[in-house]
Ligand binder design. Structure first.
Ligand SMILES: *Cc1c(COP(=O)(O)O)cnc(C)c1O
Length: 415
């Protein structure tokens, strides 16, 4: 490395002399104001723990909304990331790269699907699934041109594109962003009969989260997913599972649909697929479904890039080798029980599966965000989802002693 380069690198990665207040000031002055983060400036992370710019340590119980299922700087993710970055980071799909083929083989085997279409962010993968369902509807099901309908559920969260927010219930997500894409119909979540009633000959897909994450860790009634799958199949409608947050071990199974033995027609993955290091998302389906694409129909400059593929291959390898879903089932199940045993008139309900856990507070206890702020003072990072619900979703690699440590502080804050 030349002197000039190392100085340039030093200027970016060298120890930051800025105080937390100065960081806030920079962000306030130069960033769009579309987030309201907790007041903590993180500079380093290892496993389930992060450190802020003043050296204070926190237990990360948000895991970047489940993108960090393997924790921070997992040694093998880091190694594959650094080694692949030194070799090759991007080719675009104009050429093949030597990580793409193995990635396709391994992810389709892991998911039990024929084909994969790689993208980067979750919203892009959801968009891809919507486009796929429509094209399949016209080409395979025989729906009349531009008549395709997709059924979604109330309380959904599938990302932030114009099309996706257009079928959200959340008024803030939509306010000022219209006009929206037509062709979507909303039904209540957890109600299979409503799905049956909503289907018409033009329905091509049913898009659903097997557990609603951003919607407040909402677990549907037992048998709901299975019933919906059956209804979809009776009506030649694609059952599309958005497992961007619930997939890859989070809920105690490889996929949340596995709890009901449901294999979706289309599976959408993101977040943890990139090992917390890269944005990697994907749509998986049978050849009949994803086979509708021909060259030029759809694409992404970074989708299928060798760095993302290498990291995703490691993420899948770790899930299997280290039995992380089983681990999440055990540690998460016990933690849900423990949280449920807290006697407090502030708590309305504790729910979730595996390490995707929601604690709902009574409105009289105040908004969940206040608890997140207090927990931050105690050294725990977590985040409210909807107004009254606090989410606990630590890395799947979290150790029992860290959960014990967290439990003590949670009890302290809630009592
Ligand atoms: C996070 C999330 C998305 C959107 O992913 P981005 O990478 O933020 O675009 C979509 N669906 C679900 C269920 C999610 O949790």
């Amino acid at each position: 490395m030349t002197q000039a380069t190392s100085t340039a690198v030093e200027s970016i990665l060298g120890s930051s002399p800025l105080s937390p207040a100065q960081h806030d000031e920079l962000v306030a002055q130069h960033s769009a104001n579309n987030y309201a983060p907790l007041p903590v400036v993180i500079r380093q992370g290892e496993g389930c723990w992060v450190e802020d710019v003043s050296g204070k340590r926190y237990l990360d119980m948000l895991s970047a909304y489940s993108a960090l299922n393997f924790g921070h700087s997992h040694p093998e993710i880091l190694e594959v990331f650094v080694e692949q970055a030194k070799r090759l980071t991007l080719t675009s799909r104009a050429f093949q790269n030597d990580q793409f083929g193995p990635f396709c083989k391994e992810i389709t085997a892991f998911c039990g699907q024929d084909l994969v279409l790689p993208m980067n962010t979750g919203a892009e993968a959801v968009e891809t699934a919507l486009k796929t369902a429509r094209k399949w509807g016209y080409q395979v099901k025989g729906v009349a041109q531009d008549q395709a309908e997709i059924i979604v559920v109330d309380g959904n969260f599938h990302g932030r594109t114009v099309t996706i927010v257009g079928f959200s219930r959340d008024e803030q997500f939509k306010d000022g962003f219209g006009p929206f894409t037509p062709g979507f119909k909303m039904i209540p979540y957890g109600d299979a009969t409503a799905l049956k009633k909503a289907i018409t000959p033009s329905t091509v897909g049913f898009l659903v989260e097997p557990i609603q994450g951003e919607g407040g860790i909402v677990v549907p009634p037992d048998g709901y997913l299975r019933a919906c799958l059956n209804i979809c199949h009776e009506n030649k409608v694609l059952f599309i599972a958005d497992e961007i947050q619930t997939g890859l071990g989070r809920t105690g199974k490889a996929f949340a649909c596995d709890h009901e033995g449901v294999k979706p027609d289309m599976l959408i993955l993101g977040k943890a697929l990139g090992g917390g290091a890269m944005p990697v998302s994907a749509v998986l389906a049978s050849r009949e479904i994803l086979g509708v694409f021909k060259p030029g129909d759809h694409g992404s400059t970074f989708g299928g890039n060798p760095l993302g593929c290498a990291v995703a291959r490691m993420a899948l390898l770790l899930l299997g080798r280290d039995k992380l879903a089983e681990r999440a089932a055990e540690t998460g199940g016990a933690f849900i029980e423990r949280l449920g045993s807290i006697r407090s008139d502030k708590i309305k309900e504790v729910r979730g599966k595996g390490l995707l856990i929601g604690v709902e507070f009574h409105t009289s206890a105040g908004p969940a965000k206040a608890f997140a702020k207090q927990l931050k003072e105690e050294g725990i990072l977590c985040k409210d989802t909807v107004e009254q619900v606090l989410r606990f979703a630590p890395p799947l690699t979290i150790e029992q002693k860290d959960l014990d440590w967290a439990f003590e502080r949670i009890v302290k804050v809630i009592s």
